[in-house]
Write a protein that binds this ligand. Structure first.
Ligand SMILES: *Cc1c(COP(=O)(O)O)cnc(C)c1O
Length: 220
């Protein structure tokens, strides 16, 4: 199937109100453009440099979400480019985003990335530390927390993801009910190629899909 057919199939499948982020790491600007022409409205990028190359071709035909691990020294370049940063997992990186946004007069919508499986090697704040991190970064004037994001443990069997999605939704509802000032709990970003049919059933309203759109990635 072509990129176009893949996108159309996914868009038909996703329930109303669930946003598709095309996870574009390793893809060429031409491939990304094909996805946009097929109806993708949001591109997810893991690397600032790749995003710059793709942005030069696609520009504002799509929105740009940062979904990778953001290094402090890349924030200055990331901030003008992206419409949302989905992977804030420390007060330190949030402060750097805030500072760089202040310099260019921007308020950045961000999601807080949660390490819901508590995997040692994985990015994301631990579930038990999430509330405190939200409180710490809610005071920053140039970022706006609009939800949570997770990768979840990877597994062959998509059903293995479900309990983690359920736990994320519970955490999401909990922090939403706190009504923290300056925090607008609107988005729950979870579900990838293997699990995008399950995630919305458990409360996701953003799914991030790469392989199912663009085909298998080459290892690098
Ligand atoms: C690559 C990636 C995805 C998509 O993964 P696929 O399995 O190819 O759909 C989603 N989220 C993040 C953060 C990614 O890096």
């Amino acid at each position: 199937m072509s990129i176009k057919q893949n996108v159309q199939q996914i868009l038909n499948e996703l329930p109303q109100g669930v946003q598709l982020v095309a996870a574009a790491k390793t893809r060429t600007p031409a491939e990304i453009m094909e996805a946009v022409e097929a109806g993708v409205r949001i591109i997810g990028e893991n690397y600032v440099q790749e995003a710059e190359a793709a942005y030069a071709v696609v520009g504002n035909r799509a929105q740009w979400h940062f979904i990778g691990h953001l290094q402090r020294n890349k924030v200055k370049k990331a901030v003008p480019l992206f419409d949302m940063i989905e992977t804030v997992d420390s007060a330190e990186i949030a402060r750097e985003i805030d500072k760089r946004c202040a310099e260019i007069g921007k308020v950045m919508p961000v999601l807080v990335e949660v390490n819901i499986g508590e995997e040692p090697q994985k990015a994301g704040v631990l579930p038990r530390d999430t509330e405190q991190l939200l409180k710490d970064i809610s005071t920053l004037p140039n970022i706006r927390v609009v939800g949570l994001m997770t990768m979840g443990p990877l597994s062959e069997n998509p059903e293995d993801s479900r309990p983690y999605f359920v736990a994320m939704k519970k955490l999401f509802d909990h922090v939403k009910e706190l009504n923290l000032p300056n925090i607008d709990m609107r988005y729950l970003s979870m579900g990838m190629t293997s699990s995008y049919q399950i995630a919305p059933k458990e409360g996701a309203n953003i799914v991030r899909i790469g392989t199912k759109i663009f085909g298998a990635r080459e290892r690098r």
